[in-house]
Design a protein around this ligand. Structure first.
Ligand code: GUN
Length: 266
């Protein structure tokens, strides 16, 4: 099953489910940046919501917005009962402390799963795990390698793979070249999220049954590229574009429905 087929089938189920709800789930997206990637994510999230009958609206604020103003808005969204969940799109301008913002969002409305008390997981790692399950991958005992240690992807990804009983290794920018090659050669699952175009290529040796999940996305004059060269000699490799980005968007909707169902005790 390709990612596109998987997404289409889940979306159809979600659409039918939402059609049966009396009150539509309501998602708010707050964006305070002019980041190209963020614009694309936000556009995608609004498009998915419209397609699935979810009520979503964007609050786009100027980049000069102060931390205090943003905290005030978050407080009002936390207390607005008509809003089921909301996200504050990252990255934020430098004068705003992202960690403080993540802690300000009520865990009950934290569809991103960023708050330490949130019962949900961040959308990208959760979307990847759900897809691997849908693909029938038996993860227990596999060597999983996470390349990158960001708070949004690398760290939570490692935690979720550990929960699936994988042997998890995280490597990063300070890992030596020799060690990087060693871990890649022994990995059954590689999740790469470093934003370095075509970092994984033919110079590395891979297990022929390996699975590569490519979270990277970078743009140049020739188009969008992942962190891995397409068509490496492995069993399964997610494409860019049309891969993990779609899983993240689906996962956001799945998280929203979990919040909604808990709120309305469905
Ligand atoms: N920026 C990149 N990915 C994400 C995400 O999953 N959530 C939010 N809020 N911002 C992001």
């Amino acid at each position: 099953m390709t990612i596109k087929e998987y997404i289409a089938s889940r979306k159809q189920q979600i659409k039918e489910y939402v059609e049966g709800l009396r009150v539509k789930p309501h998602l708010v997206i707050v964006q305070i940046n002019e980041d190209q990637a963020s614009n694309a994510y936000v556009k995608g999230k609004l498009k998915d919501s419209a397609e699935l009958g979810i009520d979503a609206n964007l609050i786009k604020l100027p980049v000069e917005t102060s931390e205090e103003e943003l905290l005030k808005l978050i407080d009002s969204l936390n207390h607005d009962d008509s809003v089921d969940a909301f996200i504050v799109q990252m990255p934020l301008p430098k004068h705003i402390d992202e960690e403080k913002i993540k802690l300000a969002v009520s865990p009950k409305k934290d569809v991103d799963g960023f708050h330490p008390l949130s019962e949900l997981n961040p959308c990208t790692p959760q979307g990847i795990i759900d897809y691997l399950h849908a693909e029938g991958v038996q993860m227990q005992g596999l060597n999983a390698l996470v390349i990158g240690r960001s708070n949004i992807v690398g760290k939570p990804m490692a935690k979720l793979l550990l929960k699936e009983n994988c042997n998890v290794t995280t490597v990063h920018s300070k890992t030596t070249k020799d060690d990087m090659a060693f871990y890649i050669k022994h990995a059954d699952i590689i999740v790469i999220a470093i934003g370095k175009q075509h970092f994984l290529d033919e110079k590395y040796e891979y297990k022929k049954d390996a699975i590569i999940v490519d979270v990277g996305i970078s743009r140049d004059e020739t188009g969008l590229h992942g962190d891995a060269v397409p068509n490496l000699p492995v069993k399964l490799q997610t494409p860019v574009p049309g891969g993990v980005g779609l899983l993240t968007r689906l996962s956001l909707i799945e998280n929203l429905l979990k919040i909604y169902n808990k709120k309305y005790k469905i």
